[in-house]
Design a protein. Structure first.
Length: 161
């Protein structure tokens, strides 16, 4: 597996993010995601995981929120690729890309019907927080879960990056 940078409007990224949104709508009874949807204008980093033949396995993106903070967006692994550490590799790649840009805090929104995502983020050292940014006060986000990780500390708060 390789992790590589891609453009937000790359055909494989579009397919992966469309599939992610379709899966989430199925889990949440057709509801759309809360908050501002990411776009090519506000997504700074996109990573794609590929198998040895170049087939896309998963993706993730970062949106700059200002003040040294970015939001993790569109984390997704194709069903056939799950359980192989792809999401951990993509998340680690996003964290490294954030550090390279001088961002020290990553935040994200997920939901209670995504236990695998919650486990991924908790296992990577993300801690629960309240709604932030466009989610604060958004009635569509009232059941969302929010997390953040300070990249200046290790996953368990050990003080190492």
């Amino acid at each position: 597996m390789i992790i590589e940078a891609a453009a937000w409007d790359d055909a494989d990224v579009r397919t992966l993010t469309d599939d992610q949104q379709e899966e989430l709508r199925a889990r949440y009874g057709g509801k759309e995601e809360p908050g501002a949807h990411p776009s090519a204008a506000d997504v700074s980093v996109v990573l794609v995981a590929r198998d040895e033949d170049g087939a896309p396995l998963g993706c993730g993106a970062l949106r700059d929120l200002g003040g040294g903070t970015a939001e993790v967006k569109r984390m997704y692994v194709v069903p056939a690729g799950r359980g192989r550490g792809i999401s951990k590799a993509v998340l680690a790649g996003l964290e490294q890309a954030a550090r390279e840009r001088g961002w020290t805090m990553l935040r994200l929104e997920t939901g209670p019907l995504q236990p695998e995502a919650v486990a991924l983020y908790r296992g990577a050292g993300y801690r629960p927080i309240g709604a932030f940014g466009a989610y604060a006060g958004d009635p569509d986000a009232e059941h969302s879960l929010f997390f953040e990780r300070d990249l200046r500390t290790g996953p368990t708060g050990s003080g190492t990056a």
